[in-house]
Every structure is written in C-alpha cells, then in structure tokens.
Design a protein around this ligand. Structure first.
Ligand code: IPE
Ligand code: IPE
Ligand code: MG
Length: 261
C-alpha cells in the first residue's frame, strides 16, 4: 500500500480503500426524468465515469472496477443494447489516450466472446497500450456475471490441473477468477437507489463494505466519491473477529508505527 493511501483522512479510522467496485445504475431514470430517451442517460453517464476515475486516481485508490454491462443486460431492447455497444467503442476510442497519459492501466473483464470482433480488438489494443502503466488500475466489467466468473474459474482450474477433480480449496480457485490481479474490493458502491448486487463480483464481495446511494449515476461525481470514501472510513471491518480484537490490533499497529517514526 502506498503511504498516501494508508493515511487516515476526514477523521475516519480506516485508510482510503485500495479497491472500489461500482454498479453504475440509474442512467435510464436520469434521462426519463428529463423527458429524454434512456440512451441520453447512458451518454451522460460517460461524463460521470471520467469524473470518478480522476477523483479515485487523485485519492490514491489503487483499483477501480466499474460494472458497465451485465450478462443479463442482453435482455434489454436490441436498440438499447446496440447503443451501449457503440457508446463503449466510442468511449474507448476517445478516452484511451487520456487514460494512458494519466498512467492508468485499463483491463476489461467478462465474457467478451459475444462482442463484435472490432470491439474485442479495440479492447485488446487498449489493454496492451496501457499494460505498463503503474497508476490507477481501472477495470471495466462488460458482459460480466459473478456466477459466470466462478464457473469459468472452475473450468480453467480443472483444465490446468485435472487432479483438482478430487477436491480443491479456495486458494486453488482464486488465481483463475477474472480479477485475480486485484485485491478484493474494500468498498462497493451502487448508485440509483436499488439495494442489490445484480450478479456483480459475487465471490470477491464476500467481505466488502457496501454503500448504496439514491444519486443516479449521471449525477455521481468527485465529491460523491469523497462522501462514499468518508462513509467507508468510519466503519469497523471485523472479518469475523470481535470489536475488541480489532481495536487491540489497530492500537498495536499504531504503536509499532509510533516506535518506528
Ligand atoms: C445503468 O443504468 C447502466 C446499464 C445497466 C448499462 P440503467 O440503464 O440500468 O438505468 P435505470 O436503472 O434504468 O435507471
Ligand atoms: C446492473 O444494473 C448492471 C450494470 C450497472 C451494468 P441493472 O440496472 O441492469 O440491474 P438490475 O437488473 O436492475 O438489477
Ligand atoms: Mg438499472
């Protein structure tokens, strides 16, 4: 962890989350409230993505994961699905240079096989261009589903090591999950008022702090990120232990830092 992200801020106890995962929801309602077509909300949502990416980079967040299209979103009207695909391509085309200039590394997770070859090529070349970057790790989940991820990881594990058929443990499986390169999310944010996971990172969210806001995605911005981080920092993460144990461990860690200062 960088020294920047390990320093508590805003009076909270916890450091800035190392990994934030977001369900960007509410684009359609944002547009409808303005008597605009749903897709106008998706277009506006790209601006929110830009603002959130840059605030997360400024705050020293290491990993930001955005749910852009779920494996269930194919059920939407075909015009909306194809608009979303076009928008994804345009956003990639327009943003990738800026991401690269800001030392951001882009990865896309999900079952890409259902996408047009042109989109797959664009994704692969954006990933290749930014592969050496050491700033924020930005992951876009596209045609992603948490259940798909667990199944594909199991399949890959068994292919790599057929002996695992006899039995396996968590650490055999986790290197094959789509986000094996990242720590599990510390903070999950869902905009748009719904309080559900919608088949996002099911395995990885096991101990993530959840934050729900009624703000619609196109209204979400840098200060909304700060609010979510501040809420996170007030929490106590116990991972099954008691509050007393957690406080004793924190005091011991602070004491160790004090002695080395
Ligand atoms: C989220 O906004 C964007 C995607 C799922 C691609 P929605 O399109 O789900 O917006 P609402 O929930 O209908 O308002
Ligand atoms: C979840 O949003 C998926 C994305 C934001 C990409 P949805 O709006 O599709 O979720 P549900 O179907 O209402 O749960
Ligand atoms: Mg929605």
């Amino acid at each position: 962890m960088s020294s920047r992200s390990s320093k508590p801020v805003d009076g909270g106890n916890l450091p800035v989350p190392q990994h934030i995962a977001i369900i960007m929801d509410g684009n359609g309602r944002w547009a409808r409230r303005r008597f605009m077509p749903r897709v106008a909300g998706h277009r506006k949502g790209v601006e929110a993505v830009r603002a959130v990416v840059s605030r997360c980079a400024e705050r020293g967040v290491g990993y930001l994961t955005l749910f852009a299209f779920s494996s269930e979103n194919w059920r939407r009207p075909p015009e909306e699905v194809s608009f979303l695909m076009q928008l994804f391509m345009r956003a990639l085309e327009e943003e990738v240079v800026r991401l690269h200039e800001n030392s951001i590394r882009l990865r896309v997770i999900g079952d890409l096989s259902r996408f047009e070859p042109k989109l797959i090529d664009m994704i692969r070349s954006a990933e290749a261009l930014t592969a050496g970057n050491t700033g924020l790790n930005l992951t876009v989940a596209a045609n992603y589903g948490g259940r798909w991820d667990i199944l594909q990881a199991t399949e890959r594990m068994l292919k790599a090591d057929p002996a695992r058929r006899e039995g396996f443990v968590e650490s055999d499986l986790t290197p094959h999950l789509a986000m094996a390169y990242a720590p599990e999310p510390d903070l999950f944010i869902r905009t748009g008022g719904e309080q559900r996971i919608s088949n996002f990172l099911l395995w990885q969210l096991a101990y993530t702090e959840l934050y729900f806001t009624d703000k619609l995605w196109p209204e979400f911005n840098g200060s909304a990120v700060d609010e979510a981080i501040a809420s996170f920092q007030q929490r106590e993460r116990r991972f099954g232990r008691t509050s007393e144990q957690v406080q004793a461990a924190t005091a011991a860690a602070l004491g160790a830092v004090g002695r080395h200062a």
